[in-house]
Design a protein. Sequence first.
Length: 120
Amino acid sequence: MSPMDTGAPIPECVDVVEAQRRGAAGWVLLDVREDHEWATGHAPGAHHLPLGLVDADTVPAQGPLVLVCRSGNRSGQACERLIAAGRTDVVNMSGGMLAWAEAGLPIVHPEAPSTGGPAS
């Protein structure tokens, strides 16, 4: 069944360039990947909330959102949940972080934890 058959909301999709533009314009980039995926790198300024925790109560009500995941599938699911809960200011980033990286857009890589050994 497609979303149209079930009456489920169909989120708007934007490409990575538009997602970056919206992020610069004040939209919140919300990355819904799992912790280990987030740790491999994320869009600058993005916030992190794994898909399993996304609902109307856990996502800030203020400001529009661009939802991001690895490929665009899970972020689409997150959009559908939020739209079903009454949000109208959410969009899905098509292609996810795979497309972001392929487009050569900047990626923040968290610093590796210190080993605690002596500095060289």
